[in-house]
Write a protein that binds this ligand. Structure first.
Ligand code: NAP
Length: 320
């Protein structure tokens, strides 16, 4: 059986940064990057708020740089999926598509994914007018009419962005007020291209091969209407990718990993970084910072295991 000191699951900003720090600490980390590696930034175009890139950088390009930097210091990266974990004993066991790995410590950095409405036609028409990523797919809808579902900041952001292309954007929200921040709401409400349909649920997405309309139900009057649209952008939040860890570490009521001490989860030696535990900030820069923290905590914890009595957490932050 293969054994490593640090095994990192996930390959977004958190996973690769954890790998970079662990590699520079000579821990020879293994990253199980997943078949769709690179995380959510692979689905974006311009990233304009990642420090160090004054002109902006493309999401996939940024992730490629993260990966190369992690590899430069000796991280090993496998582009396969983790299929099973066992954190009930040490060394921990992680199964990767049939191959078993033993790990003295594990960093969970599997991120979060967009939530979907759960309608059968939503799955069928994904990529044919149904999307969860305006920056990826918005440009396909020049001069078309679109529906955005949701009432949070994501929905506001998607709707505003889509007006660059679409002739009209309708936000369909299930309540009579938005959850989004005031400033984002204001921007949407004064945009002449955006209309809001309140108190309404999308009950079905219709179209043969491509989206042609949505079936809307007014939740107050119960009236059902067929609403013409060329596309549907679902922006109803994200869910953490923790299904595989569910019975192994503590999760909160929304499924996010719970941190117990610094970046350590409920299992000693299993750490977490990024959107998988962070519902609040969800930024590439905060995820990268969390990856750094998790690697430093793992390093100190491993040291403590080898030399009991040594500090289990960093005494003071060190500079790179
Ligand atoms: P969110 O705040 O959880 O909002 C999700 C929205 O979708 C809510 O309005 C919710 O309705 C609705 N919704 C949830 N499930 C639904 C369903 N099954 N059917 C219909 N509607 C449903 O998620 P988010 O907008 O992705 O934002 C998440 C976090 O990221 C927030 O902290 C937000 O501030 C942040 N964020 C910030 C920015 C920015 O600052 N630029 C951009 C995007 C996100 P209810 O309101 O009725 O629950």
């Amino acid at each position: 059986m293969n054994r490593v000191k640090v095994l990192i699951i996930g390959s977004g900003p958190a996973g690769y940064t954890a790998a970079l720090y662990a590699a520079r600490a000579r821990l020879e980390p293994l990253v199980i990057a997943g078949r769709e590696n690179g995380g959510q930034l692979m689905l974006t175009t311009d990233v304009e708020n990642y420090p160090g890139f004054p002109e902006g950088v493309l999401g996939p390009e940024l992730m490629d740089l993260f990966r190369k930097q992690a590899e430069r210091f000796g991280s090993k990266i496998i582009d396969k999926n983790v299929t099973k974990v066992d954190f009930s004993r040490r060394p921990f066991r992680v199964e990767v598509e049939g191959d078993m790995w033993e790990a003295e410590s594990v960093i969970l950095a599997t991120g979060a994914s967009s939530k979907w409405l759960g309608l059968p036609n939503e799955t069928k028409l994904r990529g044919h007018g149904v999307s969860s990523c305006a920056t990826c797919d918005g440009a396909f809808f020049k001069d078309r009419e679109l529906v955005v579902v949701g009432g949070g900041d994501s929905a506001m952001e998607e709707a505003s962005f889509l007006t660059r292309f679409a002739s009209k954007v309708t936000i369909v929200h299930r309540r009579d007020e938005f959850r989004a921040s005031k400033i984002m709401q204001e921007r949407v409400l004064k945009n002449p291209k955006i209309k809001v349909v309140w108190d309404t649920a999308v009950e079905d997405i219709l179209g043969d091969g491509k989206v042609t309309s949505v079936k809307l139900r007014n939740l107050k009057t119960k009236a059902v209407t067929d609403y013409k649209t060329d596309g549907v952008f679902v922006a109803i939040g994200h869910e953490p990718n923790t299904k595989i860890f569910r019975t192994h570490v503590d999760l909160d009521e929304k499924g996010y990993l719970v941190l117990k001490r610094h970046s350590m989860t409920s299992v000693e030696g299993v750490f977490a970084a990024g959107d998988v535990h962070d519902i609040r900030y969800r930024q590439a820069i905060t995820a990268a910072g969390a990856g750094c923290r998790a690697a430093m905590d793992a390093e100190k914890w491993l040291e403590e295991q080898e030399h009991p009595g040594a500090r289990a957490v960093p005494a003071a932050p060190r500079r790179a």
